[in-house]
Design a protein around this ligand. Structure first.
Ligand code: FE2
Length: 341
């Protein structure tokens, strides 16, 4: 029978690969106040978030030397996860991630998709695609896209099919794909895999490329974002499927994304990591859906991965956590790194 031997939780924020002195590009957009942002379960305007957090003096944490130090430590934590992964040398990987309008545009956004493609390709953006991006986004491409040419990573259709069949038997009506979905390149911002997966290929797999199964959840986009308890339940079903898989293979489960952004909430993030460490899903599911919106919706991938690992006897380790603040209201991204072994 297959065995889950390793779990990894890894933030994939593009801010990590954006030079510290270029964070202002996004900071200006955050502070423009037109777009409400999610903070502690509520949708607020930038000025309201700033007002609520004035006492924290987050301005002091936007200094260049602090930004650079946190980036340095975050990269060191990514290195730790890459080493843990290389040492464990699993045979197969299941990645819980999310599309951010990279693979699925407005035509269709399936709630849950098990991807049973024989291979997945990733490629740099075209000049034309870069010209259509909001300012500052392409700067972070080295974090998740190939530097030069198209790259191809092996999938694992057997495991994907087994997971989908098991999920359906458990009355989980998942979507399934045999082939990587390529949206119209004239409308898409990229032609490869979503950055959620691209980050893992580049930063965790590195040269240890493994056959893998992306389990994609529409965490971001209304109206069909699965609720947190449903993500947890899917994770449980995926974990069961792996453990009942009649193959003598070692499996790694990865959560890619999170934690809180685009308003960073350190207390919330520490609470999430500690609950993940002690397998306390009752606690995680007590937060209202408002806490799991926008970038923070990616925490649902952690909850799903946690559900998958829960009965595998692995022990959680928090490697590191940093708040990458780019404005005095504390907007930006957080970087969180954990593993279970
Ligand atoms: Fe993301």
């Amino acid at each position: 029978m297959a065995k889950i031997v390793l779990g990894i939780g890894c933030a994939h924020t593009p801010q990590l690969h954006t030079p510290a002195d270029k964070w202002e590009i996004r900071a200006e957009r955050d502070a423009r106040d037109g777009v409400p942002m999610w903070y502690k379960g509520e949708r607020l305007k930038y000025a309201e978030v700033l007002e609520q957090r004035q006492h924290l003096d987050l301005q002091a944490q936007t200094k260049m030397e602090i930004r650079e130090e946190r980036l340095r430590k975050s990269f060191a934590a990514v290195d730790v996860l890459a080493e843990v992964f290389a040492r464990a040398n699993p045979d197969v990987v299941v990645i819980f991630g999310n599309d951010q309008s990279e693979m699925f545009l407005d035509d269709i956004k399936p709630a849950f998709t098990i991807m049973g493609c024989p291979e997945f390709e990733n490629m740099p953006r075209t000049e034309e695609q870069i010209s259509r991006l909001p300012p500052g986004i392409a700067l972070a491409d080295p974090g998740h896209l190939p530097d030069h040419d198209r790259q191809v990573f092996p999938g694992h259709p057997d495991l994907a099919r087994h997971i989908a069949e098991h999920a359906i038997r458990k009355e989980f009506d998942v979507s399934y794909s045999n082939r990587q979905f390529h949206p119209d390149p004239g409308r898409a911002q990229t032609s490869g895999m979503p950055h959620s997966y691209g980050f893992i290929y580049k930063q965790i797999f590195r040269t240890h490329v493994k056959p893998h199964v992306p389990v994609d959840t529409n965490t971001f986009f209304p109206p069909n974002q699965p609720l947190a308890p449903r993500c947890y339940a899917l994770g449980k079903v995926v974990g069961e499927a792996i453990r009942e898989w009649d193959r003598d293979l070692n499996v790694c489960v990865i959560a890619t994304g999170g934690l809180s952004h685009f308003v960073v909430d350190e207390d919330f993030d520490h609470d999430i990591m500690e609950a993940m460490e002690r397998n306390d899903f009752e606690h995680l599911l007590r937060y209202s859906e408002g806490y799991y919106q926008a970038g923070s919706s990616e925490i649902k991938s952690w909850i799903a991965a946690g559900g998958a690992m829960q009965d595998s006897g692995l022990v959680g380790h928090i490697v590191d956590y940093h708040a990458l603040y780019r404005t005095p209201a504390g907007t930006g991204s957080s970087t969180a790194f954990m593993y279970w072994q």
